[in-house]
Design a protein around this ligand. Structure first.
Ligand SMILES: CC(C)(COP(=O)(O)OP(=O)(O)OC[C@H]1O[C@@H](n2cnc3c(N)ncnc32)[C@H](O)[C@@H]1OP(=O)(O)O)[C@@H](O)C(=O)NCCC(=O)NCCS
Length: 86
């Protein structure tokens, strides 16, 4: 599942991705994340963001591989990730 939250007034979209346990590590997370990023870019949105727990190593690794930057600890153990879209 790829959940995208886009508000008309925003220039950014919030993204959350979940792949069922038995379907993980087969490339689905990368594919649905890339598709979500394409949908957002097509709508002229400039930035895609998400908030991740540090123990979510899979999502943090995938985000880095997809070009997300500015990964920083926001306190209380949450990482905020952002990707500027072209
Ligand atoms: C994170 C998640 C979406 C990845 O989905 P996936 O289908 O397993 O990911 P993929 O098979 O497409 O792998 C994509 C890349 O991430 C890396 N990766 C995936 N899971 C990983 C893990 N647990 N640890 C380290 N790297 C991981 C893979 O090495 C892969 O790299 P590659 O394409 O260069 O080989 C999935 O594990 C998941 O749903 N996790 C639980 C839900 C969750 O917490 N979602 C985030 C909330 S927004």
């Amino acid at each position: 599942m790829c959940h995208l939250l886009i508000q008309p007034a925003w220039d950014e979209a919030e993204c959350a991705v979940v792949v069922g346990d038995s379907y993980q590590k087969q490339g689905l997370g990368r594919r649905i994340s890339s598709f979500g990023m394409e949908l957002v870019a097509e709508r002229g949105i400039k930035r895609i963001t998400g908030d991740e727990l540090p123990e979510n190593e899979g999502m943090l690794t995938l985000a880095k591989k997809l070009g997300f930057a500015a990964i920083r600890d926001m306190g209380e153990g949450v990482y905020h990730i952002e990707h500027e879209l072209k």
